[in-house]
Every structure is written in C-alpha cells, then in structure tokens.
Design a protein around this ligand. Sequence first.
Ligand code: Z5A
Length: 215
Amino acid sequence: MSRGVFITIEGIEGSGKSTQARLLAEALRAEGRQVTLTREPGGTRVGEAIRALFLDPATALDPVAEVMLVLADRAQHVREKLAPALAAGAVAISDRYGDSTVAYQGYGRGFDLKLLGELNRLASSGIAPDLTILLDCPVETGLSRTRERAKGALREPDRFEGETLEFHRRVREGFRMIAAAEPGRVTVVDSTASLESVQREVRRLVEELLSRRCL
Ligand code: Z5A
C-alpha cells in the first residue's frame, strides 16, 4: 500500500510538461517535501537506454515493438523508481505515464485500446496516478514551441517530432478523450496561457490534492 502521492503530467509535444514538472518539483521541495521527479520513457538506467532507441529517428520500429518497448520501460520504472518512492512517502511526479501510451500508441497508431489497457495495468503493477494534469494546447502551438527551442540545436528531429500533423492531432484528441472519461483523476489545463499562469494552476491543483490527503 503506497503512502506517497503520485502526480503525472501529460500532453502533446511542446505543451510544457517538462517545464511544469520541474517547476512543481522545485516548489514542493522548497516547502520541505520529499519529491521524486522522473519521466517516461526513461527515469531508470534501463529506461534511458530504451528511450534512446525509442526516439532514434534511424530506428524503424514495428508498432507492436514500439508498444512493447514503452511497456518494458514502464515496468522497470514502476518497480525500480516509482513504487519505492511512493512507499517512502514521497510526492512522485512523472513527466508522462500510461496515458501517453493510450494517446500515442492507441489513438495515434491505432493499437487496440482494450488490450492496451490490460498491458498498461500489467506494466504498471496497478499503480495509478492520484492526479493527472493534462496540459492541453493546439498541435500547432506545441510544435512551434519545440521548433523554436530546436533552433540552433544541432540535432535532427526525433521519431515523434518527425510525425505528421494528423498523427499529433489524433494524439491530442486521445488525451482529451481520456480526460473526458476520467474527470476524477484527470484535470485539463489550458497550456496556451503564460508559463506563470499555467504554473499557478498546476500548484493550485496539487495543493488541493495534498490538503485533501492531509499532507
Ligand atoms: N511516448 C509514447 O509514444 N508512448 C508512451 O507511452 C510514452 C511516450 C511514455 C517522448 O519524447 C516521446 O515518447 C513523446 C511521446 C512518446 N514524443 N512526442 N511527441 P520527449 O520526452 O523528448 O518529448 P516530449 O515529452 O513531447 O517533450 P517536449 O517536446 O520537451 O515537450 P514538453 O515537455 O511538453 O515541453 P517543454 O519542454 O516544457 O517546453 C517546450 C518549449 O516551450 C520550451 O522552450 C518552453 O520554454 C516553452 N514553453 C513551455 N510552456 C510554455 C508556455 N506556457 N508559454 C510559452 N512557452 C512555453
């Protein structure tokens, strides 16, 4: 039985997840809380190796192999990092988790949603987020932010950055369907707003959760 609190931040590329996850972790640490900030794919040594393969534009991944890789990453991540952090009473913040698999591999690639749900449960040992913050913005906004950031960075687009606009639109729609189906867990935050105002809303949602849990 976990004693900590599990928060995931989800959304399309460029929606601001990594920035908000980092700011949230800093704010909670400044309050003296024990925080584990992590990400998927990645977060563990095995996961970072999977991530490199997963994002490599030179990797021609079969869709089933893609699902298996991301689930292998999750299984390792949960057992090695998330479950111990939650057992120790930490606030665990993950930049992406199971909803990304449903949105990208399910809605984006067309993988069977029911089967994906079962595989996700297996990989996550049933550890579900207490709160998921879905940072939502139009695909064009997210992609223009990441393109702006990439200016001057001497690297080619990763496997997902190279995907079509249509693919990213299906993924966004997938995230919104998940939020509509689970309003008790997932809260949608408009991430076209300024970085500071998104940050304030994220803090408010997390403070609400922590006070509900008397933490
Ligand atoms: N993936 C999958 O397919 N299945 C799965 O199950 C999982 C993942 C778990 C991970 O790549 C890829 O893996 C991901 C899905 C797939 N690919 N895609 N797309 P990643 O981690 O490298 O990519 P990402 O998660 O999309 O990260 P990102 O591109 O860095 O986006 P972000 O984290 O949402 O954004 P950010 O880094 O916080 O901000 C991007 C820029 O926008 C940056 O310059 C910020 O300063 C700026 N920003 C942020 N917020 C704002 C606001 N509010 N206003 C203006 N500018 C802003």
